[in-house]
Every structure is written in C-alpha cells, then in structure tokens.
Write a protein that binds this ligand. Structure first.
Ligand code: SF4
Length: 281
C-alpha cells in the first residue's frame, strides 16, 4: 500500500491548472501551424496566425490563453494500491483549483446555482471530478479547463439502431454546422458512441482530452474520424467562423458496448483553446 498525502494532490492540481491555462501545448500549436499553411482563405489564414501568436504570447508571459478559463474538469485514475491520507480527497482537489485560479490570475467562471441566484463562487470551485480505479500504485491526473462557448454547442442523442452509420455521421456533421462560430473554431470534436446516456457524454469528453495527435486505434473508427474531419472541413465555417477550410482540427471518437435497442451518440465540442495538462503522483 502506498500512502499519499492529499496536500500533494492539491499542489499537483494547482500546477496543472495554471499550466493548462497558459500553455496550449506543442501538438495543438503544430496542428494550428499546419492548418494555417494549408488554409486557402486569406482571412482564415490571418485568424489562425493571430490564434498562434496569442498562444505563444500566453505561454511567454504566463497569462491565460483565453478570458474564458472554463469549468475545472479533473480526470483522476487512482491505483488500487494507493491510500490518501491527510484530509478529504475531493476537498484537496477543490483546494488545488482554488489556489490555481487565485495565484494564476485566472477568471472565476463558476456560479453556485445554475438556475436561480447564479452567484459566482469566487474561486472557480467546485471542480467536476471523474474518478477511475486502475491497477498499481500511481495516480494519473488530467485537467481540462473547459470553455463554455464550445461546451454550450455540445449535444447528445439516443438513436434506434436503424439510423445506421449514415445517420450517426449526419448527426455529427449537423452538430458541427450548428455550432459554427459560437464554438470558437477551429474545433476539436469529441464523439462518444455507445454505453448509456451518461457514459456516452463522459467518453465524448475523454475523446476531446486525446487532443489532435491520437487517432483511434481501431481501423474502422480511425477511418470514420478521417471521413468526418474531411466532411466537417468542407462546411466552409473556417477559423472564428470567418470562412475557410479549417473548421475542425480533429474528430476523436471513443466507443463503448451498448444496449441492443440503441446507439447513444454524444458530441462534446472544444474550441481552438482546447486546454489540458497531465501529471502523475
Ligand atoms: S469557447 Fe474557447 S476560445 Fe471561445 S471564449 Fe470559450 S474558452 Fe475562449
């Protein structure tokens, strides 16, 4: 049994949220750069150049990539041989978020009640926490400050199996088209197919977390991702919705076994500021 102090978890969560908010990471910058080179629309090219310059400036000056510093989503895989000591596990994560958003000068974007008073919690808590138990004695942490221009354009539907692959493709492309400029394109589109109502949404978000460089290992889904990327980039929405061939940087699909009577499909959209960072304890 490995004993870990919850203070280490707080520290790691804090570091990761500050890192994710100021540094988009080399793989996304590389993808934006190649999109800029390939973009035929002069306005689209110009928008991509500004996005890249903004990302570089944020990293250099250690300031937020975007004013929308998002809801703090935390994915934690805990080795089954780990025991946390030193205080409440969930509170340790919330405290990491609290410290990151204060010390990193990040906008506090969370309201305590979604419908009535909508008062800002003033520290970006509570975090949304997704836990999994895995073999071993390590703790893998991935954080995602999730902007809501794109989150608001996400959707979920449960289809009868008769809709088939073509119906699923149509739903995904229509969702991207509807998202348009509101999702701050170019987007990363996470698709969760299968499971149940809530599982489809969760794997769609995990698909976003894969970023632009990790296509599906299953050749059937790999081909589907490529086809959907191509179809999406023919929509003409372009960077910032100003027209062009760079609407989507990646379509990532995660799939899961499901019920004989259903094809659940969730689509979680992320903007060009598709931020995440990861660490291990
Ligand atoms: S959707 Fe993304 S780029 Fe647009 S405002 Fe929100 S975080 Fe920023």
């Amino acid at each position: 049994m490995r004993i870990l102090q919850t203070s280490l978890l707080t520290q790691k969560v804090k570091e990761l949220f500050i890192e994710a908010n100021v540094d988009i990471g080399p793989s996304l910058v590389d993808r934006l750069r190649s999109a800029m080179e390939a973009e035929a629309s002069p306005i689209g090219k110009n928008v991509l150049a500004k996005i890249i310059a903004n990302d570089e400036y944020a990293k250099r000056e250690k300031i937020a990539i975007c004013q929308d510093t998002g809801v703090s989503v935390v994915f934690i895989d805990i080795g089954q041989d780990v025991h946390f000591d030193g205080g409440d596990f969930n509170e340790a994560i919330h405290e990491g978020v609290r410290q990151a958003y204060k010390e990193g000068y990040l906008r506090k974007s969370v309201v305590s009640d979604p419908l009535f008073d909508r008062k800002n919690t003033q520290d970006n808590t509570p975090a949304i926490i997704h836990l999994r138990i895995i073999p071993g004695n390590e703790v893998l942490i991935k954080v995602m400050p999730k902007g809501f221009g794109s989150e608001n354009m996400s959707t979920l539907k449960l289809f009868a199996p008769s809709v088939g692959i073509e119906g699923v493709k149509r739903f995904i492309i229509e969702t991207i088209e509807k998202a348009g400029p509101n999702a701050c394109p170019p987007m990363i589109v996470g698709v969760g197919i299968g499971g149940t109502f809530e599982q489809a949404a969760l794997i769609a978000k995990r698909a976003v977390l894969r970023g632009p460089d990790h296509p599906n290992l299953d050749p059937r889904y790999y081909e589907l991702e490529k086809e959907l990327l191509d179809l999406a980039n023919r929509l003409g929405i372009g960077p910032a919705g100003m027209g062009g061939s760079t609407t989507v940087l990646a379509v990532n699909i995660e799939h899961h076994p499901t019920h004989i009577a259903s094809i659940p499909v969730a689509i979680n959209i992320s903007c060009h500021a598709s931020r995440h960072a990861e660490g291990v304890l």
